[in-house]
Design a protein around this ligand. Structure first.
Ligand SMILES: [Zn+2]
Length: 328
């Protein structure tokens, strides 16, 4: 699944920490046991000796190998039984010194053979969620909390549409987009004045798409561009954390508030590269902007706009600034 590399790394760090904790706990338990039942150490030495003998018998191609291994296996079983009895006598559970992994299927390695384990999938989902909440600093932006009653139930004389009904269609579009999301979903441009719900609906999409197990990156254009610019001009570039390739890899990229960033030649060409690379890789992108189409054209040049218009679904947001309405 196309999670950003940062999420991958965090997930593997977490798995490693789980393995370490499991090993340390087992070691600690063994020390506790040895204090009460020192004979366990003798049995453990004998157990390692039988394991070694089996390995040696196989390597030597001993002619009585089957009998030999059978004997060693019986001895091993007997030792384990005696070990469990010693533990129980000393008041411990029989498996007290075993290594107890968080996930017994993959022993906290994240893979079973070449297949990714479900524990790693869900770990990545959780981490992506956490990263999303961190970046947006917004919670509760779900479809169910989107309030249509803030949009006037009247026909706008200039636009000649009923504003609430129009926004209801926008909401339904976004809900369908999220529930039917796939890598071949279209890209979307959400366009309209500030405070009309663009961020709310794109966060709701992000949350549902993440829930389905896709990799989503949600960033404001300003943060993203300054991150890319910092990396570009810093000497300590780290290949693993190259933001540009990270956003090209994401299953869904949501670029919030395009146009709010400080505009330079660098940001204009970076935006073109991002939009173009995402189109070339065939992966969907959602862009939110307060700018009108002609303002976009002035800022990002004709070639950016023709890329957008040729491939993006455009959603227009109409109404009255909801933040102001709520304040009243
Ligand atoms: Zn697992």
């Amino acid at each position: 699944m196309g999670y950003p590399k940062e999420i991958h790394k965090k997930a593997f760090d977490e798995l490693e920490a789980r393995r370490r904790r499991a090993n340390e706990t087992a070691q600690r338990h063994r020390q506790e046991v040895l204090q009460k039942a020192p004979e366990v150490a003798v049995i453990d030495r004998q157990l390692s000796a039988t394991a070694l003998s089996v390995a040696r018998a196989v390597l030597d191609e001993n002619e009585h190998i089957e009998e030999l291994i059978k004997g060693l296996r019986l001895k091993n079983l007997d030792l384990q039984k005696r070990r469990a009895a010693l533990l129980t006598q000393a008041g411990f559970p029989a498996d007290y010194t075993d290594i107890h992994y968080t996930c017994s299927r993959c022993q906290d390695r994240g893979y079973v053979g070449s297949r990714m384990c479900e524990c790693l999938h869900s770990l990545q989902r959780q981490l992506a969620h956490a990263a999303l909440c961190e970046q947006s600093a917004m919670t509760g932006c779900k479809f169910s909390t989107f309030q249509l009653q803030f949009y006037p139930d009247e026909i706008d004389s200039r636009l000649r549409v009923n504003l609430r009904r129009h926004m209801e269609e926008v909401l339904v579009y976004c809900q369908n987009y999220a529930s039917g999301f796939s890598l071949s979903s279209p890209s979307v441009l959400m366009q309209g004045k500030t405070g009309l719900g663009k961020t709310h609906l794109s966060l709701a999409i992000a949350s549902d798409v993440l829930e389905k197990g896709f990799g989503v990156i949600y960033m404001s254009a300003q943060n993203l561009l300054s991150k890319i610019e910092r990396e570009r001009f810093s000497r300590e570039q780290n290949g693993d954390f190259d933001t540009f390739s990270m956003i090209c890899d994401a299953d869904l990229l949501i670029l919030d508030d395009l146009g709010a960033e400080f505009s330079t030649q660098f940001t204009v060409s970076a935006i073109y590269n991002i939009i173009n690379s995402r189109i070339l890789s065939g992966k969907p992108t959602i862009i939110n902007t307060n700018l009108t189409l002609s303002e976009l054209k002035d800022r990002y040049t004709e070639r950016v706009i023709s890329r957008l218009m040729g491939t993006y679904d455009v959603l227009s947001f109409y109404g009255i600034d909801i933040r102001q309405l709520k304040r009243r």
